[in-house]
Design a protein around this ligand. Structure first.
Ligand code: 5CA
Ligand code: ZN
Length: 408
């Protein structure tokens, strides 16, 4: 499906021989060097389920991966970036039924709003934004492949994946079985369904249910399960292994665990992602911000209220992407203050050394995308005195290219 327009990206130059970009890999639990093995870096990030508008949790997660894309681009890599849109799944159907609307209308409206929000936040667009519905032929073919390997089985007309077929199952989330069971029940699984080989086995293909949409396929009519959607889209558009697979930390189990198990069985490759990056959860009033809880702050509402998207960006980048955090008015005020101070800083005829700032900024971001440290580097430059006449323009370009913030 159509992605969104890219903001211009200034080329800063001179970054190729900087220290390696280190990222925290959720699987190994430690830092890994994100050094793509070709001039093209391959990134898969789990996209939205479009049944409600983009909230600040989504925005924070996509800003984290935008920072990685900007850092790779700064190093001279091309980035093949694929993001899905779960444009058919139970939550979407439930929301449409609740509101007496067509599920297709809900999806279309929310995807359009998401594009607007991402454009306003100057998030660089994925090279491929892929909807589950448009990918159904590839997803069904992937399920056929899993059936052929013996890893998938029928339950009635539905198809399930046997987790026992995946040698490395459990290594992505590294959770104990009781925790997996609880999370499966909480996050779209059906551990209590009778007849499954293991309670954790996830659905690959759901045969038609009364009143629900279905599509023809070699498996019979139906619609895809959630985890296989991302496994099939990633494999088709990027192949395995990808350099980084990303999403919020709520996706570690079951979603990324199951997707990895599907891909492992289908391709015989392990790992299917060289690193897993999980963004922390943004909460409000002590609870994870989520559509099902309804405690949401929407990007579009803040935009309508006149909040500068650059300030919002700085407010969200002010916390480290891996930290769980609360959204507060103070964070927004902080972002607004920074935007004003930085705008004044680059409006000066000269300032402290631009080259030093650029090197410190790159260094902070290469340290597991440490945006709070990166923002402090720019704060210090703005607060300092110096006589480098080229610095204000260089800082403006660096803040634009690496942090996505356009200063006047
Ligand atoms: N469509 C699936 C992924 S394939 C999905 O999880 N959709 S979502 O709309 O629920 O979330 C979209 C992205 O935002 C996911 O990466 C998810 O992990 C992340 N996310 C959701 N809620 C939050 C939150 N409160 N804070 C940070 N990130 C969040
Ligand atoms: Zn996904």
């Amino acid at each position: 499906m159509q992605s969104w327009p890219a903001a211009a990206l200034p080329v800063l130059g001179g970054a190729a021989d900087e220290a390696p970009i280190c990222l925290h890999d959720a699987v190994s639990g430690g830092l890994v060097a994100a050094r793509p093995q070709s001039p093209t870096a391959r990134l898969y990030v789990c996209g939205i389920t479009p049944y409600d508008a983009t909230h600040l949790g989504h925005a924070a997660t996509y800003l984290a991966f935008d920072t990685l894309v900007r850092l790779w681009r700064d190093r001279g890599y091309t980035v093949d970036y694929v993001q899905n849109v779960t444009d058919i799944d139970d939550p979407l159907l439930e929301r449409a039924a609740r509101d007496g609307q067509e599920w297709t209308d809900v999806a279309e409206r929310e995807i359009a709003l998401f594009r607007e929000d991402m454009t306003a936040l100057r998030v660089l667009p994925p090279t491929d934004l892929v909807g589950a519905v448009e990918a159904i032929p590839q997803i069904a073919a992937f399920v056929v492949r899993l059936i052929e390997t013996g890893a998938a089985y029928r339950l009635g007309e539905d198809v399930y994946f046997s987790i026992d077929a995946a040698p490395h199952f459990g290594e992505v989330s590294r959770l104990a079985a009781p925790t997996m069971l609880a999370l499966s029940a909480e996050r779209g699984g059906d551990p209590d369904r009778v007849g499954k080989k293991s309670p954790l086995d996830p659905l690959l293909w759901l045969a038609p249910r009364p009143g629900e949409p279905s599509w023809p396929s070699p498996l019979g009519r139906g619609r895809p399960g959630w985890h296989v959607e991302c496994a099939a889209i990633a494999l088709n558009r990027l192949g395995v292994p990808v350099d980084v697979q990303g999403g919020g930390s709520d996706l570690a189990f079951p979603h990324h665990e199951m997707s990895a198990a599907h891909s492992e069985v289908a391709t015989g490759t392990w790992p299917v992602a060289r690193a897993y990056l999980h963004a922390g959860m943004v909460g409000l009033d002590g609870e994870k911000m989520s559509k099902s809880r309804g405690n949401l702050v929407f990007v579009s509402r803040l935009r309508l209220a006149g909040v500068d998207p650059g300030a919002l960006r700085l407010a969200l980048l002010g916390a480290h992407y891996r930290s769980d955090r609360e959204w507060t008015d103070g964070a927004l005020t902080g972002g607004q203050g920074r935007l004003a101070a930085w705008s004044a800083g680059v409006a000066r005829p000269a300032g402290p050394s631009g080259a030093q700032l650029l090197s410190a900024l790159r260094g902070a971001l290469a340290d597991d995308l440490d945006t709070p440290a990166a923002l402090r580097v720019v704060d210090a430059w703005c607060a300092g005195d110096g006589n480098d006449p080229q610095a204000p323009q260089l800082v403006r370009s660096a803040v634009d290219a690496l942090l996505g913030v356009l200063l006047p």
